[in-house]
Design a protein around this ligand. Structure first.
Ligand code: SF4
Length: 673
C-alpha cells in the first residue's frame, strides 16, 4: 500500500508522518520538525481512523438532509440576517485544526465579502497573547527563531510550558541536546512540577501569574550588572518611557522564590549569551498574558539576544495550524498576510487584490465577546467550524446557552455527536485528517503539507469546499476554486502585500511551486531562517519596542485552578478518545492537590473532590502543585464524562490586550464530595 507523506494533526510541533491506508503510521525521517520522532499521540493515529461516530451526511434540525438543501439553507439564512441586521449580525467561529486553505476562504468570505471581521477562532484560547506581544514588540506577529536554536542554545528557559506532555517531540529534542552536551542548562518556570521538570537543572516553582515580576526583576538585574547591550539598544530598540523604571518597581519576591534562587536564575541568564526562552499556555492563558510575553521579550531585546543562533524568545503554539491561521488573518483583529485591520491602506489593498464587494472596517468580536453577543441577541446567524466551544470555552454551559440563543446556527464537524452539535440547527459533515489535503504551519514558520491517504466517508466534504459552496450560493464570485492547490496559490501570491507594506510574511516564491510535491518549507523562503538577524524590526522606524510593564496584583482565591493537557489526550478527545492505548494513560478527570490542602479538606487519594458549583474530580495528592492551587486536565466533555468538566467552572477573566481568556486562572472553592 502506498505510503503518503503528511503532517500530524495535533500539536504545533508539526511532525512529519508517513501514513498508509491500512493505518500504519511512522515518523518521517526526512521532516525537519521531527526527523522521524513521534510522541504517543502521533504514534497512535492509526487507532483513530475508523468512521465510528462520524457525521456522514448533513442534518437539518436533527434529521438527515441532502447537501443542496443544507447549503441553500445556510446561504439563505446568512444572507437574510445580513440584509435585515447588517454584516456584523453574523459570525464564524473557527479552529486551529482547520487547514490554511480552509482558514483562508473562511476569512475571505467574512472580511472581504460579507464585510465583517466577526470571525474568531479557538486560537484565541491558545496564543492570542503571543500575537499581541509580538505586535507590540516587533511591529508584526513574527516568531524570531527556529527549532535549531534549541540545539544551539547553552541555556533553555521553559516558561509555563509542560513540553514533555504538550510538545513531546521538542522535549525529546532538548533532552537529546542535553545528553549530547551536558553543559546545556535547562530552567523550568512553572507553578506546578510537571514531567518537564525532570529535565531541568533548576525548577522555579513561582506563584501563578508572577511571571512579569520575575522577568521585570531580571531586566532590572541586567541593567544593574551592566549586562545589557547598549549598542544594540541604541541602534535597534526604542525603550518605551519608564520601561526600566517599571521593571524596578516590580518586586521579584512576589514570585515566592527566595533571594538566593532569584540570584541563581538571574546570574545564569545574564551570564549565558546563547539563551532561548520557550513559552506556552502558562504565559498566554492569563489576564496578564500579553505583558508576560513582553516581559520575556524585553530581556532578550535588552541584551540583543534575538535573531542569532541559539538566542531568542520562542512561542510554541498549541494547535497544528494556529500559525497558518494567524498568517491568513484567522483572528478577528487581523487581516490575511499579516496586514493590519486598523490600517485603511492595508484594508484597501486587500480588497483590491480580492476585487471583493465589501471589506470589514474594524476589528470583529473576539471569542469571549462573540459568544456574549450570541447571548444578548446581537448575532443572528453563527457558523462554527471544526471546534467544540460548548465545552472548550470558559463558562461552557453559558456558551452552550448562548449558541442556542442564536436564531440560526451551523456546525461543520467530523463527529455526529458533540456538545456543540447538540446546540445547533444544521450539521455539515466535514472531511478529517487523512481524508483531505492542504497545508499547516508549525511553531517555527514551516509550511507543511497534509495529504489525503483515505477515502472521504459518507457524504463528508472538505471544509474549504463547504465554505466556497455557501459563498457561491450567497452570490459571491471569488470562490470558484478547483481545489486546495488553487486556494494556496492565490493566498501565497497575495502575500506580496505583506512585503509591499514592509511586513514579514512572504510566501510568493511558493505561489507557482508544485503543490502536490511541496516539501516542508520554512518562511522566509530561501533566506536566513531567523528573523531580526540584521536588527531590523517591523515598526515604521525599523526598531523594536521595550514595553513598560506593571506587575499585576496577585489574588489569593480559595483555590486557583490551573488547567491543561495530559500526555495522551488532545483537546476534547474526539480523535484521541478512540484509542484504547491513549485512554490507558489517565482514564478519568482528576484534580491534583497539595498534601497540606488535602489534609485541610480531609481528602485521601482517589476520594472525590467537588470544585466550583459541583464538578466532581478524582483526588490525586501530589506536591507537584503548590499549596492553594489545583491542577485538572481540560479534555473531558459531556459526551465522555458525567462530571469533571473544567470549563464548566465559571468566573475567569480575560487579558485586556489580547482578549485571551485566563484558562489557568479560575478561582474555585473545593470541598470533599
Ligand atoms: Fe504530533 Fe505534536 Fe506528537 Fe509531533 S509532538 S507527533 S506534532 S502531537
Amino acid at each position: 500500500m502506498k505510503q503518503v507523506r503528511t503532517t500530524c494533526p495535533y500539536c504545533g510541533v508539526g511532525c512529519g508522518i508517513l501514513a498508509s491506508p491500512d493505518g500504519r503510521i511512522e515518523g518521517d525521517p526526512d521532516h525537519p520538525a521531527n526527523f522521524g520522532r513521534l510522541c504517543s499521540k502521533g504514534s497512535a493515529l492509526g487507532e483513530t481512523l475508523d468512521i465510528q461516530g462520524r457525521l456522514l451526511a448533513p442534518q437539518i434540525g436533527g434529521r438527515r438532509a441532502d447537501w443542496t438543501a443544507a447549503l441553500d439553507l445556510v446561504a439563505d439564512r446568512f444572507t437574510a440576517a445580513i440584509s435585515q441586521h447588517g454584516p456584523d449580525s453574523v459570525a464564524i467561529y473557527g479552529s486551529g485544526q482547520l487547514l490554511t486553505e480552509d482558514y483562508y476562504v473562511a476569512n475571505k468570505l467574512m472580511k472581504g465579502y460579507i464585510g465583517s471581521a466577526n470571525i474568531d477562532t479557538n486560537s484565541r484560547l491558545c496564543m492570542a497573547s503571543t500575537v499581541a506581544g509580538h505586535k507590540r514588540a516587533f511591529g508584526t506577529d513574527t516568531v524570531p527563531g527556529t527549532y535549531e536554536d534549541l540545539d544551539e542554545a547553552d541555556l533553555i528557559v521553559l516558561v509555563g510550558s509542560n513540553l514533555a506532555w504538550c510538545h513531546p517531540v521538542l522535549y525529546q529534542r532538548i533532552a537529546a541536546a542535553k545528553a549530547a552536551r551536558p553543559a546545556l542548562r535547562v530552567v523550568n518556570i512553572d507553578p506546578r512540577m510537571t514531567a518537564t521538570s525532570a529535565l531541568a537543572d533548576l525548577h522555579l516553582q513561582i506563584k501563578a501569574d508572577s511571571d512579569v515580576a520575575l522577568f521585570n526583576g531580571l531586566l532590572a538585574h541586567l541593567v544593574d550588572t551592566q549586562a545589557i547591550d547598549l549598542d544594540y539598544l541604541n541602534n535597534h530598540v526604542v525603550v518605551c518611557r519608564d520601561a526600566v523604571a517599571a521593571a524596578r518597581q516590580s518586586d521579584p519576591r512576589d514570585t515566592g522564590l527566595t533571594p538566593q534562587t532569584l540570584q541563581q536564575f538571574y546570574q545564569l541568564w545574564a551570564g549565558t549569551p546563547r539563551v532561548v526562552t520557550v513559552y506556552s499556555q502558562g504565559v498566554n492563558q492569563s489576564t496578564s498574558g500579553t505583558d508576560k510575553v513582553n516581559a520575556i521579550i524585553n530581556c532578550h531585546l535588552a541584551t540583543g539576544r534575538i535573531g542569532q543562533p541559539g538566542m531568542g524568545p520562542f512561542s510554541v503554539t498549541g494547535q497544528p495550524n494556529a500559525m497558518g491561521g494567524r498568517e491568513v488573518g484567522g483572528l478577528a483583529n487581523m487581516l490575511a498576510a499579516h496586514l493590519d485591520i486598523e490600517d485603511a491602506d492595508h484594508r484597501a489593498a486587500l480588497q483590491a487584490a480580492w476585487q471583493s464587494p465589501a471589506m470589514c472596517t474594524k476589528p470583529g468580536l473576539k471569542a469571549v465577546d462573540l459568544f456574549k453577543a450570541c447571548a444578548d441577541g446581537r448575532i443572528k446567524a453563527l457558523w462554527i467550524m471544526s471546534t467544540n466551544p460548548a465545552v472548550s470555552m470558559p463558562d461552557a454551559p453559558a456558551v452552550a446557552d448562548a449558541i442556542r440563543n442564536v436564531p440560526f446556527t451551523v456546525l461543520s464537524d467530523m463527529m455526529a455527536r458533540t456538545d456543540t452539535g447538540d446546540c445547533v440547527d444544521v450539521l455539515l459533515p466535514a472531511a478529517g485528517w487523512g481524508e483531505k489535503s492542504g497545508t499547516v504551519t508549525n511553531s517555527e514558520r514551516r509550511v507543511s503539507r497534509q495529504r489525503a491517504f483515505l477515502p472521504i466517508p459518507g457524504e463528508a466534504r472538505p471544509d474549504w469546499q463547504i465554505i466556497c459552496d455557501v459563498a457561491g450560493r450567497m452570490g459571491f464570485d471569488g470562490f470558484d476554486f478547483a481545489g486546495p492547490a488553487d486556494i494556496f496559490r492565490e493566498y501565497a501570491a497575495l502575500t506580496r502585500l505583506s512585503r509591499q507594506f514592509g511586513k514579514d510574511l512572504d510566501l510568493t516564491p511558493l505561489a507557482n511551486a508544485d503543490y502536490d510535491a511541496l516539501p516542508p518549507t520554512q518562511w522566509p523562503v530561501g533566506q536566513s531562517p531567523r528573523f531580526f538577524a540584521d536588527g531590523r524590526f517591523f515598526h515604521a522606524d525599523g526598531k523594536a519596542r521595550m514595553i513598560a510593564l506593571k506587575t499585576p496584583a496577585l489574588t489569593t482565591p480559595t483555590f486557583r485552578l490551573n488547567t491543561g493537557r495530559i500526555r495522551d489526550q488532545w483537546h476534547t478527545m474526539t480523535r484521541t478518545g478512540k484509542s484504547a492505548t491513549l485512554g490507558a494513560h489517565l482514564a478519568e478527570p482528576y484534580a491534583e492537590i497539595h498534601p497540606s490542602d488535602a489534609t485541610v479538606l480531609g481528602v485521601a487519594p482517589a476520594d472525590l473532590l467537588a470544585l466550583g458549583d459541583g464538578q466532581i474530580f478524582r483526588v490525586l495528592i501530589s506536591d507537584r502543585v503548590a499549596p492553594g492551587t489545583l491542577f485538572a486536565p481540560m479534555h473531558w466533555t459531556r459526551q465522555t464524562a458525567t462530571s469533571g468538566l473544567v470549563n464548566s467552572i465559571p468566573a475567569i477573566g480575560v487579558d485586556p490586550v489580547s482578549g485571551q481568556p485566563a484558562l489557568k486562572g479560575a478561582q474555585v472553592t473545593a470541598t470533599r464530595f
